[in-house]
Every structure is written in C-alpha cells, then in structure tokens.
Design a protein around this ligand. Structure first.
Ligand SMILES: NC(=O)c1ccc[n+]([C@@H]2O[C@H](COP(=O)([O-])OP(=O)(O)OC[C@H]3O[C@@H](n4cnc5c(N)ncnc54)[C@H](O)[C@@H]3O)[C@@H](O)[C@H]2O)c1
Length: 361
C-alpha cells in the first residue's frame, strides 16, 4: 500500500537515512518536516531533495499551526517522528531546548495527528505514528547486567535522556487514551555518514585527518552497542509497515564495544588513509569525563527480529570503514554543516556555553 509518510527531523543524521531508504525501497511519498537547526541540513538530503516523491517543509515541530498546516496540505497517513535535540553534551550545557523540542514538539505532533486522523467513526486504523527514541531512556547498565528489553524500567540520567523518556510516555499515553496507532522504538548508538561532527566518531575521524589530538572522555571504558544508521532506517520502516500499534521495538546491533576500543579501531583505519599521521593512536588524549556519564548501554533486539523480521546487515568493521571513507571524501558536506562549530569540547556544564543555536523556520 502506498502511503504518504511525514518524516520529522528528516534533514538530520538518521532522518536523512530514513528518507533515502523510504524513497529507494518503497513507493511511498515522503514529506520531510525539519526546522534546520544546527544539526539539520539540506546538504544531507542531496540527491533526494528533488525526487518527485519527496517534499520538504521547513517548520518547527513545536509550531502547532505549521504542523497542522502540514497535515492539511499533505494528508500524511504515517508519521516517523525523529525531530529532536539529540546531543547529550548540549543537553548538559543548555537543557531548555531539549524540553521544548523533545517534549513540547512531540506533544504538538501527537495532537496534530490525533486531530487529522480522528473521523466521525473514531480513530482511523490504517494510519501509524512511529515515535523514534533511544536506549538511553533506560539509564546505565552494570557491566554484567542483561541487555535492555521492552520491559526494562525507565531510568534516564541525562537531560537528553529524560526529555526523550518524557516524549515516549506521551506517545504511549496517546495510544492508550486516544487510540492513536503509536509504535515506539528505542535504538542503541548509531554510526554512519552524515552525523553532525560533534558526535564521537566524526570528531575522531575529522580531528584525526587534521592531525589534532583525539579526545576520549575519561578512561574510555563506557560500553555502547553500535548499529549502522541504514540498519536503523530499515528497522524504522519495518516497524511502520509491520509493527503492532501500542508495541515497543528495540533496535541494536548485538555489538557492544568500549569507547576506547572503537577509537583505536578508527585510528587503524586512519593509519591506512593518512599514513603520514600514523600511528594515530598516539594522539588519543583522555579528557575529563562527561558529568553523569552512563557506564553501559546494550539492547536485546529479539522482538524486532522475531516480529518485524528485522536483522542488522552491516558488520561493524565494514560500517566503520564506510563511515571513515565517507567523511574523508565529503569535505564539502562537513564545511556546509558545521557552521561555527570547530570540533571543540562541549558538555562541561551550563557555564561552558550558550543554549543550542537554532535555525529560523
Ligand atoms: N543518533 C543516535 O545514535 C540515536 C540513537 C537512538 C535514537 N536516536 C533518536 O533518533 C532521532 C534522530 O537522531 P539523530 O541522531 O538523527 O539527530 P540529529 O541531531 O542528527 O537530527 C535531528 C534533526 O531534527 C531537526 N530538529 C531539531 N529540532 C527540531 C524542531 N524543533 N522542529 C523540527 N525539526 C527539528 C534537526 O534540524 C535535525 O535535522 C532522535 O529522536 C534521537 O533521539 C538517535
């Protein structure tokens, strides 16, 4: 069945991968709604922006009138909601933008979908609202604890994670109270092309290429479960097509790695790409840890595998090589997106920096 899918945050890292996947693998029409904050860029949609099945709407998810207008104009019958403030460090420096976009924005979108999809006979059952969230809502896992699953209690510990947890609760409440066909997904750490340079992997790749030090928070002992971004995008579309309203699906790569191990692996790839700078691992610098840094995240994706028929397809070594190569060969994208940001440290506290800069819709 061909749908019109509204993708919020489609000019960001994961959203742009979702838009590409929808256009390549389905016959759906795609409406990208994005405020183009510091993290969202039309350059990330290069090649698909002018696709006849794609429309771009420059709007803020907290702007109820603009969101209602998008529903009226484009009549989406599915929403993939990815728009968010997404960087933990920025949430430490300036949490207000996180509450605004992640909590108020989700509320605004849920209300717009409810208004648009409620008929004289009640809620339409052919529509879907996929709320995209993170495994960080579950808090910090002990080293030997079993991985997060759909029943793990919420215990968010950063302003970012708390704002995403709040939005997950809203989404589920709209399912139970209003019958909105909501599906919630929680995913582990993504990596791949088009991630804003402030995140760990692009920071290491880009600083490595310019011969700078390679900062790692604390001892680098934190464990994350890494998933290639296109595998997440496929999972989200599988949840949209085959998910059960009211259900939660967890996506992860069954690929737990210590941060230091990941950085050392990137260093080996940089050694191949820039032999002049080898060994890049000599430039790893341990810097003060992130306040409240969660020790470990790990996801049990069994339900997504069983119920959605989803599996990660990209091996970590392969995905990492593709990612390093992509940043090396796309300096124009890096220059287009980074604005005034020059790979400096963030997240040391409110006195360290201003609120998150925002685009003007
Ligand atoms: N990156 C990860 O590892 C990861 C893992 C699990 C879940 N997630 C979730 O996936 C989603 C996307 O993450 P990402 O890494 O692609 O983030 P990102 O920061 O790269 O992109 C966010 C996008 O949302 C847009 N946006 C921000 N505020 C907006 C607003 N008020 N109105 C409209 N658009 C707005 C930005 O312009 C940008 O295009 C988020 O909801 C995040 O919580 C991310």
């Amino acid at each position: 069945m061909s749908r019109t899918v509204l993708v919020t945050g489609g000019a960001g890292f994961i959203g742009s991968a979702v838009v590409r996947h929808l256009l390549a693998a389905t016959d759906h029409h795609v409406v990208t709604l994005d405020a183009l904050t510091y993290a969202g860029h039309l350059a990330s949609l290069e090649g698909v922006l002018d696709d006849p099945r794609h429309t771009f709407v420059h709007a803020d998810v907290t702007d109820a009138a603009a969101v209602a207008d998008a529903f009226r104009t484009h009549a989406p019958d599915a929403v993939l909601h990815l728009a968010a403030e997404s960087h933990v460090d920025r949430s430490i420096d300036g949490p207000a933008a996180f509450l605004r976009t992640n909590v108020d924005g989700t509320f605004t979108l849920l209300e717009a979908a409810r208004a648009a999809w409620t008929t004289d006979h009640g809620m339409r059952d052919d529509v879907r609202f996929v709320h995209v969230s993170t495994d960080e809502v579950f808090g910090s896992l002990a080293p030997d604890a079993p991985a997060f699953h759909e029943g793990t209690p919420y215990a968010p510990r950063s302003p970012y994670a708390a704002s995403k947890a709040a939005s997950d609760h809203l989404a589920r409440a709209w399912f139970h109270t209003y019958g909105l066909p909501v599906i919630v997904t929680n995913c582990s750490n993504n990596y791949g092309p088009r991630q804003f340079p402030e995140k760990l992997l692009p920071t290491i790749v880009l600083r490595g290429a310019r011969g700078a030090s390679l900062p790692i928070y604390g001892a680098g002992d934190q464990v994350r479960d890494w998933l290639y971004v296109d595998d997440h995008a496929r999972g989200l579309v599988a949840a949209l097509e085959r998910g059960t309203p009211g259900a939660t699906y967890l996506f992860g790569g069954r690929n737990e790695r210590r941060n230091l191990e990941v950085v050392q692996q990137v260093c080996r790839l940089l050694d191949d790409a820039h032999p002049d700078g080898a060994p890049h691992a000599n430039r790893i610098e341990h810097v003060p840890d992130r306040p409240g840094h969660d020790v470990r995240y790990a996801v049990d994706p069994t339900r997504a595998e069983t119920d959605l028929g989803w599996r990660p397809t990209v091996a970590f070594e392969e995905g990492l090589r593709t990612t390093v190569d992509w940043y090396r060969t796309h300096p124009a994208w890096v220059d287009a997106v980074r604005g005034g940001y020059d790979l400096e440290r963030q997240g040391l506290g409110p006195q360290a920096g201003p609120e998150t800069g925002r685009g003007t819709p």
